[in-house]
Design a protein around this ligand. Structure first.
Ligand SMILES: NC(=O)C1=CN([C@@H]2O[C@H](COP(=O)(O)OP(=O)(O)OC[C@H]3O[C@@H](n4cnc5c(N)ncnc54)[C@H](OP(=O)(O)O)[C@@H]3O)[C@@H](O)[C@H]2O)C=CC1
Ligand SMILES: CC(=O)C(=O)O
Ligand SMILES: [Mg+2]
Length: 762
């Protein structure tokens, strides 16, 4: 294990230890279940359980369709595996497949708001597996089979489709086929090829491979132009070794016997086999402008770097998220089930699959609108060799694919529910997603492109060291470790952290050649504030926050992160001695609260203790600007304990005055108040009691009347409400500095470092 812990996964910027920690930290695993109804009072209990629960029981017994109205069935999918083909890792058993299955369940939720649970079935016996699943129908709206080896998966899926009246979909077959087909259509168009004359080799003849070639044949690909290979080489007519009926159906008449022979002159090659299955010579032997989809996970048949070394005319795709053109079923299964569930489809048929292929292929050809650019690393991709398929974070997927799938289900007669207003359905779908994930993805990608130098002020601490290493490993830029080399190295050695890698620098404040420049700079700032030269010298030599902040102030670093060893206000005081507010700005703290699919910005969570009306107005402006930079159209609520004058009181008066000040500033964002938090956040309350409110929807920026209410409410949300809270983030400083909470984990520190780097701009 010691070995696997320090190993870095090439290209990903993550170590094996990070992957283990990610799964282990907090509540182990990636999934938990939460109730959707309150269960607090005797009345709740009477309604949810006995006697109230008997009423929906009888209703469902009388009319089974009402199960969709009274239970979670209609939004619930089971991800089921026996672990016989886990990614490209082979048969490692049901239990070992659980991390992948939990992951698929989380992706269902994350991308398409489909609730999902993973079920691992501990048998390799096909009949036992079928019997185990066939009776689960009442629990779920759909069954997603995953990572079951061929040919068992074909028998299992077919039989379950016959036995169950809900969609049964083997993701590795059809999910993969849909995405690969969409990518292929676009790659063929880009290279000027015709479906009917193109020659394709598919390495792998299992679940994914067979489904891919069946789908592209159904779309018009000439069967004679497809050569399938497996571990025994080419699948030719008459071969007897390692065959089954599904392979035989695709056997061709040919003299070729090896993959290398088959690939010579081929236009397209699909890898659905294993890591490193393609050699450089094989890639060299392909036709001009070859299309290479190396889709094995977690490591492809050949990497894009290896292909780029051999030739520059290829269109290259892999199954991974860290390269362009990710051909991975994650682009399909969440959205296909979303559409199928919403029309209560009995199955997912070919019409629905082809509708998904076409929707995906056309999305990649469409212009990427401004509000979607965030998902594309802040750059606007253009349909071309590096962009043949949308990225998983593309927020258009959630409306485009389910709509196409739902329409096809209705038209092909497998829907149990009509969808009379498709435009309204598309709008509803968009509302299911929150842009924060794509915003954070954009943030990281922008940082990656601009490679900022971030000083980690408390680098003698182990978690800071890990964060710095992760910053460098993720390719975000240079991490400067501020501290004494001997201490840093001893701690690194003890913790098994390898600091000998590019992208890491150690700076020792005591012996730095820049010390004098920092002293001069800081002395000029502080000499009239009670600091003697020797006081400033001591600060620079002995205090990491002052040294680091001066590095940033004088351009030796682009940003700074601190806070692990010193409380927030002390660290902020240290930084403010060295760095001013941006001209025309006010320094404030903003916390981003992610709760139940909603993102809300809360201010001021760090700086102003009891802001005046004028200060509250500034905070509102600063917070609105920040929300907009994060991709949100701000709707600012100026919060108080009262709403529009009732009950009255001195504290609320101050908030009312802040609104008047904002009114005079002629701003280009929505704001209103004073109002209580429930009015700000609950559309129904606002519309029914305060229809005159100027907010066009629930607020997404909450300006708190004072620091204590901001700090108390965000901490309560985190601890009691199960919300994720990012921050407080420091906004409005002239140079980017972020302060973590004391004792923050390495993952929090690296997020703060990335946010500081983002603040450093381009
Ligand atoms: N990008 C994506 O979205 C997806 C990628 N995949 C990837 O596809 C691969 C196969 O998965 P799946 O179809 O579910 O698994 P299966 O177990 O059903 O099939 C594996 C197939 O690969 C063949 N194979 C294995 N190693 C080699 C090799 N070195 N050369 C040629 N053929 C080989 C096997 O040959 P034989 O029949 O002789 O044993 C078998 O036909 C995995 O790497 C998986 O990660 C799968 C689904 C989705
Ligand atoms: C992506 C996927 O499902 C696989 O590799 O098995
Ligand atoms: Mg899979």
């Amino acid at each position: 294990m010691a070995d696997s812990k320090s190993k870095s996964r090439p290209g990903t910027g993550i170590t094996d230890q990070e992957a283990l920690d990610f799964h282990k930290n907090g509540r182990p695993g990636k999934l938990e279940i939460n109730p959707t109804k309150p269960m607090a009072t005797q009345r709740d209990l009477s309604l949810a359980y006995s006697p109230g629960v008997a009423v929906p029981v009888k209703a469902i017994a009388a009319d089974p369709a009402t199960a969709y109205d009274y239970t979670s069935r209609g939004n619930m999918v089971a991800v089921i595996s026996n672990g016989t083909a886990i990614l490209g890792l082979g048969n490692l058993g049901a239990l070992a497949s659980k991390p992948v299955m939990e992951g698929k369940s989380v992706l269902f939720k994350r991308f398409a708001d489909v609730d999902s649970i993973d079920l691992e079935i501990d048998t390799e016996n096909v009949d036992e597996f079928i019997n185990c699943v066939r009776y689960l129908g009442p629990s779920f709206g759909g069954i997603n089979l995953e990572d079951i080896k061929a040919p068992d998966c074909f028998i299992i899926e077919q039989r379950l489709r016959e036995l169950m009246d809900i969609p049964v979909f083997h993701d590795d077959q059809h999910g993969t086929a849909i995405i690969a087909a969409a990518g292929l259509i676009n790659a063929l168009e880009l290279t000027g090829r015709d479906l009917k004359t193109t020659k394709l080799v598919c390495n792998g003849a299992g679940a994914a491979a067979i489904a891919c070639i069946e789908l592209i044949k159904a779309m018009g690909f000439n069967p004679e132009n497809i050569v399938l290979c497996d571990t025994k080489g080419v699948i030719y007519q008459g071969r007897s070794e390692g065959m089954n009926q599904w392979k035989s159906a695709h056997a061709v008449k040919t003299d070729k016997r090896t993959l290398a022979e088959a690939m010579k002159g081929a236009d397209v090659v699909f890898g659905l086999s294993q890591k490193d299955a393609f050699s450089e010579d094989m890639i060299r032997s392909l036709a001009d402008k070859p299309i290479i989809f190396a889709m094995a996970n977690p490591d492809p048949e050949i990497t894009p770097e290896e292909v780029a070394r051999i030739r520059d005319d290829a269109i290259m795709a892999t199954g991974r998220s860290d390269y362009p053109n990710q051909v991975n079923n994650v682009l399909g299964f969440p959205y296909i089930f979303r559409g199928a569930l919403d029309v209560r489809a009995t199955t997912i048929n070919d019409e629905m699959k082809i509708a998904a292929v076409n929707a995906l292929a056309s999305l990649a050809r469409e212009d990427v609108p401004d509000d979607v650019v965030a998902a594309y690393q802040g750059a606007r991709p253009r349909f071309g060799a590096q962009y043949i398929i949308p990225v998983p974070f593309d927020p258009r997927l959630i409306s485009a694919i389910p709509v196409a799938v739902a329409k096809a289900a209705i038209e092909s007669g497998v829907a149990r529910r009509e969808m009379p207003d498709m435009a309204a359905y598309a709008r509803e779908l968009s509302a299911r997603r929150d842009p924060i994930a794509s915003t954070l993805a954009q943030l990281y990608e922008r940082v990656r492109r601009h490679q900022k130098r971030i000083v980690f002020a408390e680098a003698e601490e182990e978690q800071v060291m890990r964060a710095a290493l992760s910053y460098a490993n993720q390719g975000l830029g240079t991490a400067i470790l501020l501290g004494r080399e001997d201490l840093i190295e001893a701690t690194a050695e003890r913790a098994g952290i390898d600091l000998n890698r590019p992208g890491l620098e150690i700076v020792n404040a005591r012996i730095s050649k820049r010390g004098d420049a920092y002293i001069d700079y800081l002395y000029a700032r502080l000499q009239r504030q009670g600091y003697l030269h020797r006081d400033v010298t001591r600060l620079i030599h002995n205090d990491r926050n002052h040294f680091a902040a001066c590095m940033v102030a004088l351009g030796d670093a682009d940003g700074m992160v601190t806070g692990v060893t010193r409380n927030y206000s002390t660290a902020l005081g240290d930084v403010r001695r060295c760095i001013d507010a941006k001209p025309g700005h006010r320094v404030i703290g903003i916390s981003i609260v992610l709760a139940r699919g909603r993102t809300v910005f809360v201010a001021d969570t760090a700086v102003h203790d009891m802001p005046t009306s004028e200060e509250l107005a500034d905070i509102a402006e600063e917070a609105a600007g920040f929300a907009r930079r994060m991709g949100y159209e701000p709707r600012v609520a100026m919060l108080a304990y009262s709403t529009f004058g009732h009950p009255s009181g001195e504290r609320s008066e101050r908030v009312r005055e802040a609104v008047s000040i904002l009114d005079k500033r002629h701003l280009n964002f929505e704001f209103d108040g004073e109002m209580a938090a429930d009015v700000a956040l609950n559309r129904k309350i606002m519309e029914s009691l305060y229809p005159f409110s100027r907010l066009s929807g629930p607020a997404n920026v909450l300006v708190m009347p004072a620091f204590h209410s901001a700090a108390i409410s965000t901490k309560m949300l985190q601890e009691l409400g199960g919300s994720t809270v990012i921050g407080p983030l420091l906004v409005g400083l002239d140079k980017p500095v972020q302060i973590t909470s004391m004792g923050a984990k390495d993952s929090d520190i690296v997020n703060m470092a990335a946010i500081a780097a983002y603040g450093a701009g381009s």
